[in-house]
Design a protein around this ligand. Sequence first.
Ligand code: NI
Ligand code: MN
Length: 226
Amino acid sequence: MRLTYYGHASFAVETGGKVLLFDPFISPNPAAKGIDVETLPCDYLLLSHGHGDHVADAPAIAQRTGATVIASAEVAGWMEGKGAATAVGMNHGGKKAFDFGTVKCVNAVHSSGLPDGSYGGNPMGFVITTPERSFYYSGDTALTLDMQLIPRWAKLDLAILCIGDHFTMGFDDAVEAAHMAGAPRVVGVHYDTFPPIQIDTVAARKAFSDAGIELLLPAIGESIDV
Ligand code: NI
Ligand code: MN
């Protein structure tokens, strides 16, 4: 499975011949100016919650690609209003099979207002199980004991976790999250984009390695096999 990082909490996963794009916040991010949002491939567009730093480029990408949106019912409805051809609205605890695998929506402890003030429903994380890999994207969240439930029904290969602190868990809590979710490898996201979420990446790497968990911090635009 191939993962490409687009900065902040935006990344794509290629699996089973499909491209799953998560939380696109690319054109407003100066650090991601090397990424051409006009040509990004996308078959499925997964949005963890309604905040602008997760949906900024979502309407344009959905309009251009015709990708299927997967999000909370409220964010999915908002995306339909913005021209998304197909949007699958879900909510906490629900799972659904797609042609690339299964998506289960899990709790995230955060908020979810949309940029225009619309109600965005519940913020979510996603556990995605494909024939290749099982992975968890936390979305924006605090550390929560709900993460302990994940290994009861999924054996994760990877977790993509927020590590930037201030608005979400920091890297110390993300180490705990990886433990609870049963993830041996972590890709860190949602850090260094804005001054409040600048972190000491040396300290972050040490916190994970001390816990026996691999932390991957791909550069913006970098693709890694995971
Ligand atoms: Ni947020
Ligand atoms: Mn955010």
